[in-house]
Design a protein around this ligand. Structure first.
Ligand code: PGA
Length: 250
């Protein structure tokens, strides 16, 4: 299976900056076609820019992801965006349950669970984030916290094949901090998550790592046995930087 690299641009850029970034990704993707032999690349702009991204990336191999979607396909959900419309637009992936949404917007596991089901119904691939905070890590609760999140967010979720769903292990303390767990620790947690997720879903799903990935640590993390890919925030905001990170791993 191809490794998957997901660029999460968050809400970091102006409209013009995003437009330029999309164009620069497209340019570098066209010049480095062979990277797609072994890698699936997904760019996740904010909602405002998804339409433009689908148009500019149309004939490139870069797939498009949204950073969230609603827990319903249609209806009175002021401010939300439906997975159904994301599908219609040409989006392929949806990040769900990112810790920034959990912490700053109060998203809870039950809501994330509903969103996952709707995203799957629409034949989009959810990229579901789980992760422990620093306090939980310090008291040795990482695995218990992750298991609890998994059980809740995957409750009654049905997948047919392993590529239907992606899990992202994102330790909250590693996001944007410049710190990451040691690679053997990442691998061990991914192995744990894979076993536990298989018990719930009856299929083995890919698990990507996110949190302060950059071009210096990407290769080592990606080579770990249970790491199926990377979710990259800060290091994806400049096209050259991101493609340097990808190119070493093609
Ligand atoms: P970071 O963000 O790479 O900037 O740490 C990753 C993420 O939040 O997905």
């Amino acid at each position: 299976m191809k490794k998957i690299i997901i660029a999460n641009w968050k809400m970091q850029l102006s409209i013009l900056e995003t437009k330029n970034l999309i164009k620069n990704y497209k340019f570098l993707a066209t010049r480095n076609k062979n990277i797609f032999n072994n890698l699936e690349i997904v760019a996740c702009p904010d909602f405002l820019m998804l339409d433009m991204a689908t148009k500019i990336f149309k004939n490139s191999k870069i797939k498009i992801g949204a950073q969230n979607s609603a827990a319903s396909n249609q209806g009175p959900w002021t401010g939300e965006v439906s997975a159904l419309n994301l599908k219609r637009l040409g989006v392929s992936y949806v990040i769900l349950g990112h810790s920034e949404r959990r912490q700053k917007l109060g998203e809870i596991d039950g809501l994330i669970n509903e969103k996952i089901k709707i995203v799957l119904d629409n034949k989009l691939i959810p990229v579901i984030c789980v992760g422990e905070n620093l306090e939980q890590r310090k008291v040795g609760k990482t695995k218990a916290v992750l298991l609890n999140q998994l059980k809740q967010i995957l409750k009654n979720v049905k997948v047919k094949k392993s590529s239907d769903l992606i899990l992202a292990y994102e330790p909250i303390w590693a996001i944007g901090s410049g710190q990451t767990p040691a690679v053997n620790e990442i691998n061990e947690i991914h192995k744990f998550l894979q076993i536990q997720a298989r018990k719930i879903l009856s299929v083995s799903i890919p698990i990507v790592y996110g949190g302060s990935v950059n071009k210096n640590n990407a290769t080592e993390i990606l080579q770990a046995q249970y790491v199926a890919g990377l979710l990259v925030g800060g290091a994806s905001l400049q096209a050259k930087n991101f493609f340097d990170l990808i190119k070493i791993n093609k």
